[in-house]
Write a protein that binds this ligand. Structure first.
Ligand SMILES: NC(=O)c1ccc[n+]([C@@H]2O[C@H](COP(=O)([O-])OP(=O)(O)OC[C@H]3O[C@@H](n4cnc5c(N)ncnc54)[C@H](OP(=O)(O)O)[C@@H]3O)[C@@H](O)[C@H]2O)c1
Length: 239
């Protein structure tokens, strides 16, 4: 029988962490080994620890992280020490966190994405057509639930970066709207005097991010060291 992948989940008690637990439980190829969580222990996992640097971390085959930039940074040091791949969807990263991700990718496989849905990966690809109407005015708009910490969202920042590269100039900063229980809506408006084009992605639940993260994890597990993104997963799936 094929050995199951022992997963370490960082931020296991959070909104995304709990959603990932549901998806992992339905994934036969994985074993819920270690939950990193400051609160009570999580029954689904063999072990729960408050810090990724605990003794049980040495047996983790692969990490999934949806927590905070500070905790991600601590995790990377542990993952590099034990040579375990990391999939992270944590947003709000600063320059030092991004540098830590890149440095870690020199020794282990790392996949970071501000949005784990395949739909947003497709949207990002679709934006390339805006090169043909680069003279239009562009504006990104995003809506999220009222408890979201970072603003603009990590996804909006990534879309902004991609769009600026496509149209070859700076565009106005994304507009952020917070309220209710919205899982995530991202719109890209392209506007001229005569017409408007709107590209839009709506996440209908949190499972879409969790399923994407687990798919990405299974994909990453057999990869060599390096920095990967959801585009890599998207294209390998459609081949
Ligand atoms: N890439 C994507 O597709 C995607 C989708 C949705 C969300 N996200 C991002 O994922 C992250 C988590 O989102 P969420 O909605 O799940 O947030 P959340 O409900 O606040 O959960 C965060 C989790 O991380 C833990 N945590 C944070 N800092 C910690 C620390 N220093 N030490 C120990 N535990 C720590 C929290 O533990 P405590 O409860 O003990 O504080 C909690 O379990 C955010 O950055 C969010 O923007 C990404």
């Amino acid at each position: 029988m094929k050995k199951k992948i022992k997963v370490g989940l960082v931020g296991a008690s959070g909104r995304m962490g709990q959603e990932i637990v549901k998806v992992l439980k339905k994934t036969p190829s994985v074993e819920l080994h270690l939950a990193i969580c400051r609160q009570s222990s999580l029954a689904e996992f063999a072990y729960t620890c408050a810090e990724p640097s605990c003794a049980e971390a040495k047996d983790v085959d692969l990490w999934i992280d949806f927590s905070s930039p500070e905790l991600l940074q601590k995790l990377l040091a542990v993952a590099v020490k034990h040579k375990a791949p990391v999939v992270s969807g944590t947003t709000g990263l600063g320059t030092k966190h991004l540098a830590a991700l890149k440095k870690s990718a020199k020794s282990i496989p790392v996949l970071w994405a501000s949005n784990m849905s395949l739909g947003v990966a497709v949207l990002t690809e679709a934006m390339r057509v805006f090169a043909r109407i680069r003279q239009f005015d562009f504006q990104i708009e995003e809506f999220h639930h009222r408890r979201k910490i970072d603003s603009p969202s990590g996804t909006a920042k990534t879309l902004q970066q991609e769009l600026e590269a496509i149209v070859g100039r700076n565009i106005p900063a994304p507009l952020s709207i917070r309220g209710g229980g919205i899982f995530g809506i991202h719109k890209i408006h392209a506007m001229s005097e005569d017409e408007i084009v709107v590209f839009e992605h709506t996440a209908l639940n949190r499972t879409v991010f969790a399923s994407g993260a687990v798919e990405a994890a299974k994909w990453l597990f057999v990869k060599k060291k390096g920095m990967y993104c959801m585009r890599d997963v998207l294209y390998s799936e459609t081949k």
